[in-house]
Design a protein. Structure first.
Length: 276
């Protein structure tokens, strides 16, 4: 009987070990300096923008969490990198008042300079990309009512979107939907959907004060609140809290085949993987 129990114990132990191999869900990575945004790279690593210390120039950087859990610096010498997104194996980053392009080897260059924008940039924040390479950039302005959204086309042309629409106050998170619509979470707390062709905007929901990041899987939208330290799900008009207790939940992203939500916490200096 004892031998049977021993064998059973070994089987259970091996099973548990195998089920945990290669999984990094529900883990927390520490040691970042004001991490703001995350994105999964073509190599499977999770790239993180780090703003660095306040009022110190060129201490911002891009780091990455490798599949084995190690963390390394990819690019340095940035000002205040925030939103990041991959397109064609290059990382596009909002850095204060410019958009930069980062190669996987860490070299970087300015992709869209300050003077090219039709309005003077104030506070570049999030960024997303359509299939044709057009970058959508939010400028949160004074975090009250002076924000903008720009479209940076591959040709170099930059357009101001939704100009004069009163629903656009202090846009933060942006997310392209099927190249025809743009999800927007405003710092004021509104969840919006903008039509990229008609330039019309409709309000989907509210109550997301300090709204920062957006992610979507099927019909479920995930929203982070920087001020509340909360992650919400939003589906068919119903809002649920799926995680809280963060000090400052910033620009989230779905990774690992949309099964894991990566949450950078700017104040805590952490990136947490939540299995959803």
């Amino acid at each position: 009987m004892n031998k049977i129990l021993q064998n059973l114990f070994l089987i259970i132990l091996v099973s548990l070990t195998l089920s945990g191999c290669g999984s990094d869900s529900n883990k927390k990575y520490e040691g970042f300096m004001m991490p703001e945004s995350v994105a999964e790279g073509p190599d499977g690593s999770i790239y993180v923008s780090e703003i660095g210390e306040r009022d110190i120039d060129k201490d911002g950087k891009i780091s990455k969490i490798n599949r084995d859990g190690t963390i390394e610096t990819v690019a340095s010498g940035l000002y205040d990198p925030k939103g990041i997104v991959f397109h064609n194996d290059k990382l596009y980053v909002t850095d204060r008042d410019v958009v930069i392009e980062v190669d996987l080897d860490g070299t970087w260059q300015v992709y869209a300079g300050t003077m090219l924008f039709p309005k003077v940039p104030v506070f570049f924040n999030d960024i997303d990309v359509s299939s044709n390479g057009t970058l959508y950039v939010s400028d949160t302005g004074d975090f009250k009512e002076s924000g903008f959204i720009f479209a940076v086309k591959p040709s170099g042309e930059i357009d101001l979107l939704f100009e004069g629409n009163d629903l656009i106050k202090a846009p933060n998170g942006v997310l392209v939907l099927e190249d025809s619509k743009l999800l927007i979470v405003d710092w004021a707390g509104d969840l919006l959907e903008g039509d990229l062709k008609s330039q019309e905007i409709k309000k989907l929901g509210e109550g997301f004060e300090g709204g920062d990041g957006l992610a979507i899987n099927n019909d479920t939208i995930y929203i982070s609140s920087w001020t509340k330290g909360t992650i919400y799900s939003f589906k068919n008009g119903v809002t649920k809290v799926i995680a809280d207790g963060f000090e400052a939940a910033a620009d989230i992203a779905l990774i690992r085949d949309n099964k894991v939500l990566a949450v950078p916490d700017m104040k805590a200096g952490t990136v947490t993987f939540i299995n959803i």
